[in-house]
Design a protein around this ligand. Structure first.
Ligand SMILES: NC(=O)c1ccc[n+]([C@@H]2O[C@H](COP(=O)([O-])OP(=O)(O)OC[C@H]3O[C@@H](n4cnc5c(N)ncnc54)[C@H](OP(=O)(O)O)[C@@H]3O)[C@@H](O)[C@H]2O)c1
Length: 367
């Protein structure tokens, strides 16, 4: 039977993923850099474990080869620190790779390893998580509805407290501000660059542009040259985000970001199972052809982002192990098709708005 090594298996998401993978009958190897945490989890879940850090490439390579695994599922973030060594070791040892990153630079870095992965015959699937599976699949669906659109706007409305790991990842990426794809190139823009009123599926709300991993995956999946992602955020937070333009250099400064991360670590682990069970998210997407004026809108409703992340990550690993996928860098929708998101539990959609039309003009509010 094929086996999966879950790196960062004792983190908040990693431990949920490990339990889910075991429940689904996958052969799981638990892994991470902290010997005590791995040992405790091995005892608790009664599965084999491997302790290794990612600083030395030969150690990582030997750990994968020694564990005799078919796929790595990387749940250790910020992924800017963990994806590269694991991807390189996967390429060198012929091991499939899946992760749950939502970081644009990480996805771009993995895209750059496409050729090496093809030559090695391995598939690299980053962002098999809330960011980016729903929006990536929605983007692919919209591109099927309106061939060759020149712009894609995507958005999500989900109010929920993040896990501490997510907070740390956001702090780590603070100095980067915002990002969109414009004219086929990834462009850095200020934080909360554009504001837009969007009907995500439960009435209009204001969304601001955010540099989520969906920006990159939607571009790679569809080839659309202009992609922006909006996140619905209440007014006080929108103002704070705009302020971020001025405070980002301070937040990103080493002593400050280290202190924030340390404080974040003291606060709380992640959303409780109670709030995960009740959470939900509304996902919206619009493709436009600026020349013809044609526009299509589709929506999705999903369970709580953490619930979806666990389901998406484990399902992606199952598909990678069971399906004969084309090797190379693949986005979730690129690898498994637009319908992938509909196979996840509790997802409803696609809700399509009309046929291509020229109504409903875009409403941009000054950023
Ligand atoms: N794309 C999405 O939609 C999505 C959804 C949920 C979470 N995430 C991301 O997933 C990541 C994990 O989230 P979480 O809530 O599980 O965080 P967490 O509880 O803090 O767990 C992080 C895990 O990563 C490990 N880790 C971090 N840096 C490492 C490094 N340099 N080398 C080796 N191991 C390292 C940690 O090990 P130690 O304890 O030993 O440091 C821990 O096991 C975050 O980056 C978060 O943003 C993405």
């Amino acid at each position: 039977m094929s086996s999966v090594l879950i790196y960062g298996s004792y983190g908040f998401v990693g431990s949920l993923v490990a339990r889910e993978a075991i429940d689904r009958g996958l052969e799981v190897v638990l892994a991470g850099r902290d010997p005590e945490a791995v040992r405790e989890q091995v005892e608790d879940l009664e599965r084999p474990g491997r302790r290794f850090a990612l600083e030395e490439s030969d150690v990582v390579r030997e750990a994968l080869a020694g564990a005799d695994v078919d796929c790595v599922l990387n749940c250790a973030g910020p992924f800017s620190n963990t994806a590269e060594p694991l991807v390189e070791a996967c390429v060198e040892t012929g091991t499939e790779y899946v992760d749950i990153t939502g970081e644009i630079p990480v996805i771009e870095g993995i895209a750059d390893r496409d050729e090496a992965a093809r030559e090695a015959g391995v598939t690299l699937v980053p962002a098999a998580a809330f960011s980016a599976v729903p929006m990536d699949c929605l983007a692919a669906h919209l591109a099927e509805r309106l061939p060759d659109p020149d712009s894609l706007a995507l958005g999500v409305d989900s109010l929920r407290p993040p896990s501490i790991g997510t907070v740390r990842t956001v702090i780590e990426g603070a100095e980067d501000g915002g990002a969109v794809y414009r004219n086929g190139r990834l462009e850095h823009v200020p934080a909360a660059w554009r504001t837009r009123r969007i009907d995500f599926g439960r009435g209009y709300r204001e969304g601001v542009t955010m540099p989520t991993g969906d920006v990159a995956t939607a571009h790679y999946t569809t080839g659309i040259s202009n992609v922006a992602v909006y996140v619905a955020i209440p007014q006080p937070a929108r103002s704070l985000l705009k302020l971020h333009r001025y405070v980002a250099p301070i937040v990103a400064a080493k002593p400050v970001s280290e202190t924030l991360k340390a404080v974040a670590g003291l606060v709380r682990e992640g959303p409780s199972s109670w709030s995960r069970e009740r959470g939900s998210a509304y996902v919206w997407g619009e493709a436009r052809d600026e020349y013809s004026g044609e526009r299509v809108v589709s929506r999705l409703r999903t369970p709580d982002p953490y619930v979806l992340t666990v389901d998406a990550a484990v399902t992606a690993v199952e598909r990678v192990l069971e399906t004969d996928l084309e090797p190379g860098f693949r986005t979730p929708a690129g690898a498994f098709g637009p319908e992938f998101v509909l196979d996840l539990e509790g997802v409803a959609g696609f809700f399509d708005e009309g046929t291509p039309d020229t109504e409903s003009p875009r409403i941009d509010v000054a950023g």
